[in-house]
Design a protein around this ligand. Structure first.
Ligand code: 16G
Length: 242
C-alpha cells in the first residue's frame, strides 16, 4: 500500500475493530459486517476495508466461514511454557476436547539432528509420529515427533489417534517424563501445513522444538511442532532475580 492517506485509514479501521473486540462490544462468534457494508458505513473504499480485514485475519482476530461470512474468533489458546504437558493434558485442563489425526507413522533411521537430540547412533531406528492435533475439532498443531525404537519397541501398534502418547509411554513402557527443553521460532505455513491447519499459505506459525527427558535423564522424545500463530499464545511465569 503506497498511498499514506489510505494507509492511515486502514490502520484506523484495524484499531477501531480491535478496540471494539477488547471492550467486548464485539464478542467471539459475532458476525462482522460485510466488506461492502463496512465500506459504506465507514465511507472508505472496499480495498481499504479489505486490507484492514486481512490484517485482522493474520492476527487471528477474525476468521471466515465459507458461505456464512466473517466472525470474531474465539480467544487464543494459552500454552503454559514452564510446565510439561502432553497435548491431551493441556487441552483437557482448558476444558477443550483433544483430538488427533495420524498423518505418518514410520520406523526410520535417525537423521543427524534426531540422533544428536535423542542420543541414539546415527542411522539407528526411531519411530516418527506425525499427527495433526485438534482442539474441539479445530486443527491447531502439526506434530513431528521422534522416539528411540529401542526404548519403545512396538510403539507403532498403538492407536495414536485415540490415545495419548505420553500416557502410553508411562503405562506400557514405564517411562515417566520428568523435564524438557524447548525452543520457539516463528515461521510461515507452507502448502501442506496451510492445507492441514486450514490457514492461508504463508500464515504465521510457531515452531516449538522439544526434547523431553525421563526421570533417569534419558532423552525419550524429540519433537518439532507447528502451532497456529493466529490461535496460540505462549505464557510463562518468571521470578525476579534482579
Ligand atoms: C505435545 C508435545 C509433543 C508430544 C505430545 C504428546 C509440545 C510442544 N509438544 O504436543 O512433543 O508428543 O504433546 O501428546 O508440547 P499426547 O500425549 O496427547 O499424545
Amino acid at each position: 500500500m503506497t498511498n499514506p492517506a489510505e494507509r492511515a485509514l486502514y490502520l484506523q479501521i484495524v484499531d477501531s475493530l480491535m478496540a471494539k473486540i477488547e471492550a467486548g462490544e464485539l464478542a467471539p462468534g459475532d458476525k462482522v459486517s460485510s466488506e461492502r457494508d463496512l465500506s459504506k458505513q465507514l465511507q472508505v473504499s472496499r480495498m481499504t476495508v479489505r486490507h484492514a480485514m486481512s490484517a485482522l485475519y493474520v492476527r487471528g482476530l477474525l476468521h471466515r466461514e465459507q458461505g456464512r461470512g466473517t466472525f470474531i474468533t474465539e480467544p487464543k489458546l494459552e500454552e503454559l511454557t514452564n510446565t510439561l504437558f502432553s497435548f491431551t493434558e493441556s487441552m483437557l485442563r482448558k476444558g477443550i476436547t483433544p483430538g488427533a489425526r495420524l498423518l505418518r507413522l514410520q520406523r526410520i533411521p535417525a537423521t543427524r539432528s534426531v540422533s544428536g537430540e535423542l542420543h541414539v547412533p546415527l542411522g539407528q531406528d526411531v519411530y516418527y509420529v506425525n499427527r495433526l492435533r485438534l482442539a474441539n475439532q479445530e486443527p491447531m498443531v502439526i506434530e513431528h515427533s521422534f522416539f528411540p525404537a529401542t526404548l519403545f519397541p512396538g510403539l507403532d501398534k498403538y492407536d495414536l489417534e485415540m490415545q495419548s502418547i505420553y500416557r502410553i509411554l508411562e503405562s506400557e513402557y514405564s517411562v515417566c517424563l520428568a523435564q524438557a527443553s524447548q525452543s520457539y521460532e516463528p515461521t510461515m505455513a507452507n502448502e501442506e501445513e496451510s492445507d492441514l491447519l486450514k490457514i492461508p499459505l504463508g500464515a504465521p506459525l510457531m515452531l516449538v522444538r522439544r526434547t523431553a527427558f525421563d526421570k533417569q535423564g534419558r532423552p525419550v522424545e524429540h519433537a518439532k511442532d507447528l502451532y497456529r500463530g493466529d490461535r496460540s499464545r505462549f505464557v510463562s511465569r518468571m521470578i525476579f532475580r534482579g
